[in-house]
Design a protein around this ligand. Structure first.
Ligand code: CMC
Length: 433
């Protein structure tokens, strides 16, 4: 009997089974052989929300949630945040290695070549109401790209997939900026390919009559925030991209599923929820009452807690540092005082300590985006721009996975047994509707 195995005794039958352990994991399908009799379907696992189930093998991002470690393709997030550009990180996530100068120049040119969107996208965006949530606009426009690029349906050709990934990375800031301008009733600003990726986005969002004179500290801060959000292994939105993509649908439709998932307040929408929470708390005096409500289960401390990190989220640590650099330029955001005090109290409180709840990436990011001039409902769009390279790389890895099959979880059926159809006149009246 190999040491790298698990012996299971089925107490229903007394039968013993040996199941191989690879990478500290057993294969769920190996349990199917465990049956009471020949008619039996075989044993399954029940794991709602995938708390302890690996759904793929991935070489992109490594997280050690207990020790607060995050690495892209082996490189520590702290080093990438300090030294890399966003496009370098996007290349790294996609290709597995940092680009040399020639590769980076080629990659940058390719992305610049694709920054414009078809003018019909403008008509499409103009169809949204003035107060449409920009995440809804981004979601709609990215999924609409699948109709502008029907060639994207050819998902078997690696070169075609590469082209579509470059297109989406290039067009995402343009669409995001157009959504921003639409909400404000401002004319759309077209891409300026003399600017770099982040500079171009900032110009498309903020320019009024001529090129926007960007504050370089703020621009670099935004770039670092995008880098910190670029990938985070099999989170809710990435799993959505992979799950939908496993049906062999095109890249744009797959990524729009990721955008939809990110829109939710428990995922990317949390940065927006943090600002609303800080506004509601208002001043430091109201913090104890708020914390009491959280501990009584009446509400959540938004921007705290993480499914994977059970110590300080390394991204939150870096973002807190950036917040001070940004406020140095823009003046202090009064909500920072409340946020710092909330954090201090929570980190000393047994409720949060015992549940290993620490600030996550969203706790301070919203304050920075607000100081930069982005409205609250736009924060998740910035998260989506950052996460785009991760979704693209994970989609490509999924497409190349020799074990890829269409995602199709099992269920434990809890409904009624078979019963005959009841004619309407014989059905009992419902007590209430
Ligand atoms: N405030 C108060 N209590 C909390 C919080 C919170 N933010 N998060 C978790 N808990 C409690 C929860 O009530 C539960 O307590 P008990 O054991 O007494 O029932 C315990 O901690 C475990 O919580 P859980 O909901 O089982 O944990 P989870 O892994 O399912 O949830 C989470 C992770 C991120 C959804 C959750 O921590 C949360 O809702 N946080 C607030 C929203 C937020 O900041 N989301 C951004 C996540 S990071 C960026 C991203 O990935 O998008």
């Amino acid at each position: 009997m190999s040491n790298e195995s698990l012996t299971i005794t089925d107490n229903r039958t007394g039968q013993k089974y040996e199941v191989a352990i690879t990478d500290n994991t057993i294969q769920a399908m190996d349990l199917r052989q465990i049956k009471v009799d020949e008619e039996d379907f075989g044993l399954m696992t029940y794991d709602p929300s995938f708390m302890n189930t690996a759904a793929c093998r991935s070489a992109i991002t490594f997280i050690d949630g207990e020790r607060g470690i995050l690495r892209y393709r082996g490189y520590p997030i702290e080093q990438l945040a300090e030294k890399a550009t966003f496009l370098e990180v996007a290349y790294l996530l996609s290709e597995g290695e940092l680009p040399n100068q020639e590769q980076l120049d080629k990659w940058t040119d390719l992305i610049k070549y694709h920054t414009y969107v078809h003018t019909n996208i403008i008509k499409f965006l103009e169809g949204f109401r003035y107060d449409a949530h920009p995440m809804g606009m981004l979601l709609g426009a990215v999924s609409a790209l699948s109709t502008f690029y029907p060639d994207a349906r050819n998902i078997k050709d690696p070169e075609n997939r590469y082209l579509q990934r470059a297109r989406l990375l290039a067009k995402a800031p343009t669409i995001a900026a157009f959504a921003f301008r639409h909400s404000r009733g401002l004319p759309f600003v077209f891409p300026d390919n003399d600017l770099d990726y982040v500079g171009n986005f900032v110009n498309m969002t903020f320019s009024i009559g001529g090129q926007h004179k960007a504050n370089k500290v703020l621009q670099r801060a935004l770039e670092v925030l995008l880098i910190l959000h670029a990938d985070h292994e099999q989170n809710c939105s990435t799993s959505a991209v992979r799950g939908v993509g496993s049906s062999s649908v095109d890249l744009y439709s797959s990524v729009s599923a990721g955008i939809a998932a990110l829109y939710g307040p428990l995922h990317g929408g949390a940065n927006e929820a943090v600002i609303k929470m800080l506004d509601e708390i208002g001043t430091r005096d109201n913090i104890p009452g708020f914390i009491k409500d959280v501990k009584d289960g009446k509400r959540r401390l938004m921007g705290f807690g993480h499914r994977v990190y059970k110590s300080y989220d390394p991204r939150a640590e870096l973002i807190k540092k950036i917040a001070f650099e940004v406020f140095d330029q823009t003046g202090m955001n009064p909500k920072l005082e409340v946020a710092l005090e909330l954090e201090r109290i929570a980190l000393e409180d047994d409720y949060f300590i015992s549940r290993k709840l620490y600030p996550n990436v969203d706790f301070y990011s919203g304050l920075i985006y607000q100081a930069m001039g982005y409205p609250t409902e736009y924060f998740t769009v910035l998260f989506a721009l950052g996460r785009m390279p991760g979704w693209l790389a994970q989609w490509e890895e999924m497409r190349c996975d020799e074990n890829l099959k269409i995602a199709r979880p099992r269920q434990i059926y809890t409904g009624p047994e078979e019963r005959p159809y009841v004619p309407i006149e014989q059905r009992k009246a419902l007590a209430s509707v």
